[in-house]
Structure formats: structure tokens, C-alpha cells
Write a protein that binds this ligand. Structure first.
Ligand code: PEP
Length: 248
């Protein structure tokens, strides 16, 4: 039985006051929630959130990392640095990193390796563009994204990887995939993992991301191969985020 995981991706949205009230709101409602709940916050607020969530069940995540352990990489942040602030999870290969910062499947795989080597649990984001879907390439795109990671780190590493299927056309657009569309790709991903290891396929959490909100979360998460959500916009309001967590 896979545990439901709800991860909030705050992206580049926060200031010290909003962090305090958002984390305060989440903590006040998190009691009794069965899902594992993670907040992936911008680097400058890791220390503040680490201290606010101390002793709670809320988990801290980051949104990116550099592939190198240390050295002359101005402006970059390593796996060990985020670990230093109590980070357990790190988003890797988000579509915004792939499209705005040129992260290829090879770079994404290297980041997954860097996260795993440091003992972090990466959330590997995969998903197709609208034009891929419209030209029937969804499965080929997702397969290539996942195979690049399997080739570098091996299938057994998926014991410590969470996958997030995020159709790019659904991210931040309000255009959620239907439960049928999402379930179809989640099952495809599980079967793809199953070609290398049925055990890993059954154990790997596969989250859905793309305009998931308080109104649509329950029906999406009730699909057999959807194990939770990666939430952008709706993770910025405590009550909306908590409602999604309760749906899990
Ligand atoms: C995301 O950024 O991962 C995401 C799913 O965003 P949103 O929920 O806003 O579509």
C-alpha cells in the first residue's frame, strides 16, 4: 500500500511574513491528516521554515540543486547545503527548470543522482507539452524522461525516488488533466517501471501535478495509480492546501 504524498511547490513566492502565516496556517490544521505533507520552499526561507516546523509532521523540501557537491559554481546551491537545513525532499526536473533554464533529460538525471548520493529523496517531474499530447507523443516523451534517469542511476534507486507526472499544459493554467487522462499516464509510468522491476513499479509513489486544487484533488487522488499531488498555486493558501491534504 503506497502512502499518499502531498507536496507544495511555492516556486518563487514568499517573504518572511507570508512564510510565517502560511506555515502557521498549515501547522494549525495538519493534525489528523494521514498524507505525508511536504513544503518545497525557496532557498532563502529554508532556515525560517526549518525552525517553524521543528517537532511537527510537516516535511521540508527544496526546489532545485546543483549536480556538484561544492566548489566554484557562483550562485548555485548543493545537496549538502539544503540538507544542512533539514531538507529531505528536492524537486528535480520541474518543467519550469526544463523550459526556462534548459535542463535536459541528461542534466535532470545527473541532479537525481546528486540528490540520491546525498541521501535526499528527489521528486522527479516528468510531463508532456500540449503539442506532444496533440500529436500523440505523450507516452514517448515521458518514457524518454524516465529512461534517462533509470539509465544513470538504475531501477533500484527508485526505492528513493518520487515521480510527479505534470502535464506542462496543466501547470498554472487552471486546465487540470481529467482523472482519466492522468490515470492513463500514471499507469503507463507504472508499467514502464515494471519492465525493469515489478516490485519498484508497485512501490514508487507517482504524484499528479497541474492545477490540482481543493475542488478536484479528491477525485484525482482516488484514481488507482495516483498517489498524491504536487501543488503549485493552491499550495500558497493554507486552507486550500490543507483541503488537498485531507483529500489524500
Ligand atoms: C507545479 O508547479 O508543479 C504545479 C503543479 O503548479 P500548479 O498547481 O499551479 O499548476
Amino acid at each position: 500500500m503506497r502512502k499518499t504524498i502531498i507536496a507544495g511547490n511555492w516556486k518563487m513566492n514568499a517573504n518572511k511574513d507570508s512564510v510565517k502565516s502560511l506555515i502557521g496556517g498549515i501547522l494549525s490544521g495538519i493534525g489528523g491528516i494521514n498524507s505525508e505533507v511536504v513544503v518545497c520552499v525557496p532557498f532563502p526561507y529554508l532556515a525560517q521554515v526549518e525552525s517553524l516546523i521543528d517537532g511537527s509532521d510537516l516535511r521540508l523540501g527544496a526546489q532545485n540543486l546543483n549536480i556538484n557537491p561544492k566548489g566554484a559554481f557562483t550562485g548555485e546551491v548543493s545537496a549538502e547545503m539544503i540538507k544542512d537545513f533539514g531538507v529531505k525532499h528536492v524537486i528535480v526536473g520541474h518543467s519550469e527548470r526544463r523550459s526556462f533554464y534548459g535542463e535536459t533529460n541528461t542534466v535532470v538525471a545527473e541532479k537525481i543522482k546528486a540528490a540520491l548520493d546525498a541521501g535526499l529523496t528527489p521528486l522527479l517531474c516528468v510531463g508532456e507539452l500540449l503539442e506532444d499530447r496533440e500529436t500523440g507523443k505523450t507516452e514517448a516523451v515521458v518514457e524518454e524522461q524516465i529512461n534517462a534517469v533509470i539509465e544513470l542511476v538504475g531501477i533500484d534507486s527508485f526505492n528513493n525516488i518520487i515521480i510527479a507526472y505534470e502535464p506542462v499544459w496543466a501547470i498554472g493554467t487552471g486546465m487540470t488533466a481529467t482523472p482519466e487522462q492522468a490515470q492513463e499516464v500514471h499507469l503507463f509510468i507504472r508499467n514502464l517501471l515494471g519492465k525493469s522491476s515489478e516490485n519498484i513499479a508497485q512501490k514508487t509513489p507517482i504524484l499528479y501535478g497541474g492545477s490540482m486544487n481543493a475542488a478536484n484533488a479528491a477525485v484525482l487522488i482516488s484514481c488507482p495509480d495516483i498517489d498524491g499531488g504536487l501543488i503549485g498555486g493552491a499550495a500558497l493558501k493554507a486552507e486550500d492546501f490543507l483541503q488537498i491534504c485531507r483529500a489524500g
